[in-house]
Design a protein around this ligand. Structure first.
Ligand code: BTN
Length: 323
């Protein structure tokens, strides 16, 4: 474990250097011998990093392995971010579950959990989330927001907008299907699962779990028609570290503003432009079902407004849109 941590620190130093850095300087910073530095460089190369070594100059990172890495994500997040504590796992049951376990060990902890795979990835409404090794981004924010419990569901919309903006930065346009599916080409690209531990008037923690289909080249037959990935859409694998960091960068200011304002008024215009349900036929499955009509935007509380076939405008707070 200590070795893994040093390896991550070494990667962080190489990333930060953006050029050559001497073995002596690395050994000083890590507090290990030059031979130990050399061994760790060799391990990073074995893991797939391309590192140039030149005598009298030292080491230079040419490219990374593509594996998720704390150092690579942290390196791209502003130093003052509240999500600098990034935990990356090779495998977990669910990053949402792991985030909750970490929060139980330290009642003030806030941070980010990612994993290369999930053995029991969770979707909304008790469904499973396909979480194959190295294919997607499976990430969970552990938040301790100063909001009332009834407002927690709005964080899902905040995260959806952040993920949509992050994906846009790759040149791939995505729409939002209320409340929080990101879709492209009519297929699902990203899902969000928000869970909360709360008392009636007090939020202990909220976990916002985001799953983004990144490098999948195919999906099982039952999902094939419904799911897509960034690689399928853009024709090339994506750098999951860069994208995960971008999600953090987009999410944090929106999250802070949401806490301050207490509703979604400040992001509605952008959300509603992206919302694919606007003006479209909708059937809402949920508490107030069955509800058939036309989507008329989302309001500041995150409810979907539906102009129903029998001439009413209804604000749907929770549910699933099936059309
Ligand atoms: C959905 O659309 O049904 C929600 C899918 C949420 C999947 C993510 S992947 C990271 C986090 N961990 C989980 O177990 N689920 C969420």
């Amino acid at each position: 474990m200590e070795g893994d941590k040093r390896q991550e620190q070494l990667l962080g130093i190489l990333l930060e250097a953006e050029g050559f850095i001497s073995g002596e300087e690395i050994s000083r910073r890590l507090g290990i011998s030059r031979t130990a530095v050399w061994k760790r460089i060799r391990s990073l190369k074995e893991e797939g990093c391309a590192i140039e070594s030149v005598s009298n100059k030292g080491y230079r990172l040419l490219s990374t392995s593509g594996a998720l890495s704390t150092a690579e994500i942290q390196n791209r997040i502003p130093p003052e971010s509240r999500f600098r504590d990034v935990r990356v796992y090779p495998t977990v049951d669910s990053t949402n579950g792991e985030a909750k376990r970490l929060a139980a060990q330290d009642r003030t902890w806030e941070g980010l959990v990612l994993s290369e795979e999930q053995t029991a990835g969770k979707g909304r409404r008790g469904r499973a989330w396909l979480s194959g090794q190295g294919e997607g981004i499976y990430m969970s924010f552990l938040l301790r927001p100063a909001i009332l419990p009834q407002k927690a569901a709005m964080l899902t919309l905040v995260a959806g907008l952040a993920a949509a903006r992050a994906i846009d930065s790759l040149g791939i346009g995505v729409g939002i299907k209320w409340p929080n599916d990101l879709v492209a080409d009519g297929k699902k690209l990203c899902g969000i699962l928000t869970e909360m531990t709360a008392e009636p008037d007090y939020v202990d923690l909220v976990v916002v779990g985001i799953g983004i289909n990144c490098n999948q080249k195919a999906f099982p037959p039952d999902l094939g028609e419904k799911a897509t990935s960034l690689a399928l859409l853009g024709g090339a694998d994506v750098d999951r570290n860069a994208l995960a960091a971008r999600v953090v960068e987009e999410f944090e200011p929106l999250y802070m503003e949401f806490q301050e304002r207490g509703d979604l008024g400040f992001l509605l215009e952008e959300y509603n432009v992206r919302c694919v349900n606007n003006g479209a036929r909708v059937q809402v499955l949920g508490e107030q079902t069955p509800l058939l009509g036309r989507g008329a935007g989302v309001d500041k509380d995150g409810s979907l407004l539906v102009d129903t076939d029998d001439g009413k405008r209804i604000a749907v707070q929770a549910g699933e849109v099936s059309v």
